[in-house]
Design a protein around this ligand. Sequence first.
Ligand code: F6P
Length: 328
Amino acid sequence: MSENIKKIAVLTSGGDSPGMNAAIRAVVRTCAYHNIECIGVYRGYEGLIDGDFESLDARSVKGIINKGGTFLKSARSKTFRTKEGRQKAYENLLNENVNGLVVIGGDGSFTGALVFNNEFGFPVMGIPGTIDNDIVGTSHTLGFDTALNTVVDAIDKIRDTASSHNRLFFVEVMGRDVGHIALNAGIAGGAEEILIPEEDLGLERLVDSLNKSKTTGKTSSIVIVAEGDKIGKNIFELKDYVDENMEGYDVRVSVLGHMQRGGAPSCFDRVLASRMGVKAVESILDGETNYMVGLINGKMELTPLDQAIKGKTKINLELLRVSDIMST
Ligand code: F6P
């Protein structure tokens, strides 16, 4: 392990996700385990530029593994996109004698980390934290599993009222421009249809399918709509179209929104966060930089940051087929 790394900084950036606190805790405790210092940076890259730092020891992160959000707070920094902003951030890190930076966030945050490393050669390591699960190099991003459980819980509740009133519900879920939350939570929640940006079903086919469901005896239905799906201009126009072109259903819309980002992390996310934090710190100590830690085939692996931010993770086609069969 490198003798040159004596102090590591950790920050959370972009949209928060459940498990970020658990990951900060893991970074801090791994530093303590290896007898190196750790500082927390508040408000992501904004705090890096403002020098908003706090020394963290093993006890500073007690009682947070079960907490949603991020106690370091998060931001999407415009200033860090400027050369001057990054220069200031670099100087602050040098003044604090920091030798490595762990960035917990999504692809935008990793792009910032990569640019920062290219300019100043500063060692950076990414931990993928986003509910969207849209980052190449990990089967699961931090918070995805918790968000799925939150969405499934919401669908179960909506189903109660849908079946009581014989209603058709369109439920919008997050995921930015990918459909991982929609597809997985839709299957788990027993949705009749799942609309995702990766697959264009077309409006007519949707109405046909919902009509067919009625003829087979269904009295209520739930359609999960990924926020990035483009079948209707938005979910309310989708509802209007179905209202106009389908008989006999009282149609409602429910947009789940930011509640999907909150709540206590699941067991899976807590374990994942702990493993990722250990791997991130130990990789920096091993002299690695410009990587993201991730879960691949059950193991912690490193993926170059430039690959991680390049593509979007592909939808599992088998899941699409399962969802089709289940809605029979
Ligand atoms: O990336 C996480 C996410 O929650 C997306 O699913 C969603 O599109 C976006 O962030 C919402 O961003 P904001 O919190 O800025 O509204």
